[in-house]
Every structure is written in structure tokens, then in C-alpha cells.
Design a protein. Sequence first.
Length: 249
Amino acid sequence: MSEPVLRARDLTRRFGGLVAVDRVSLDLHRGAVHAVIGTNGAGKSTLINVLAGELAASSGTVKLRGTDVTRWPQPRRARAGIGRSYQRTTLFMQFSVLENCRLAAQAHHQKPWSLWTAAAACVVAVPAACDAAARAGLAAVLDTPAFALSHGQRRQLEIAMCLATQPEVLLLDEPLAGMGAKETDRMLALLAELKAGHAIALVEHDMDAVFRVADVITVMVNGTVLASGTPQAVRANADVQAAYLGEAA
């Protein structure tokens, strides 16, 4: 397998006496969806926040394409190629799909000197926004305000905004939350398409969806890694069955 795009080694995050992430290591490779699963409080979202740079690691390292980014803040990591989505929708609801994507593209392609150029005329941000929306399956609703989108389309828009920043790594925190069967199918098809050009970390509670889309699964319990491997290996792991999947060993 090729070298990982993002590599974490012995990542730990403490909140006082609470160890939310305890010496977690994982590799994210282009062409693979790496799912992180576990019960509530297992440390999954904290891990994503540390990888994204929104929380500083207490110890351990994060490397992006071999460069140590452990002490880089979130904006610098985002500009370097780490995009992420959140558990809760973070959209500008009054803005259209295109405008939301354009704002994300502008954050990546910053031109503070272009004071007299209309944002809608930006020859870099607008094409990037249109391309990102199309890749996320939203080309037909570019002018639709975010508040008028379905729940599934809003989650697609969050991913489109990530894509507009031209990331190599996508950190997706529960993108399937609240979706029906058809919306879930569309999102899984999108993830399967996107993984060809990205390294993807997926935090998700929908186990059926995880086992359909993941190439690698890491199981967390109480901030630590219980098991990590292919979906088949994880499903057959007796410790995972007892602690999480609820199946008899």
C-alpha cells in the first residue's frame, strides 16, 4: 500500500484528569474509506477534532504527506489539504448552494488585495465552487438557498464545501445522521466516488452503512483502539463483538 496521506501516531488528548483519546494511531490512505466506530463517549469526535487541528494534541504526532503538522492550527491544516464536516449542519442557511461553496473556495483561495472585485466574478472561486457542488451531486440546485434543501442535500452541501477547499483528506463526522434509506444510498455512492482522489476518515453510527462503504475500520472504546482492520476482520473480532456489535463470540 502507498504511504499514508495522513498519519497519526500515539495521539492523546486529555481534559484535566479525563483522557478522551489515549495513544491512538491510524493511517489514512488515498483511495480508502477508514471508518472510526464506537459507542457514545468513545472519543471518536475528539479524535477527528485533534486530526483537524481544532483541538491540540496532549501528546503524539500528526503528519500530512510526511510533514509534521501536530502544532499547526486548524486554518493552516485546512489550507494544507485537510477538510472536515461536523455532526451538526454548519451552513449559511440564507445563502444558495453556490454561495456556500464559493465562500469555502474563497477561504482557500484568499485574495485580500482584490477589494474592488465582486465575489460572484472571481475567476478562481466560482469555478471551484461549481465543480465542488457538481461532484457532490448538487449541480441542479446551485441557486437554491440552503434552508430549502432536504436534510440529505444539506449534508451533501457540507461535503461540497469541503471539496471547494481542494482537500486531500476528508474528515467526516457522522455525515449520515438523520438520513433515510435513499439519502443514505446517495451519500454512500458519493463517498465511494470521492475516495478515488481522497483519503477519507468516516465517523459513523450506522453499522450497516459502515460495513458497506469502509475499507478499514477502527473500533474505539473509552478513548483507546480496541481493534483495527478490514471490515471482515473487525466483524469476526471477539472483543469487538462483545464490546460493541453486541454479537456472541
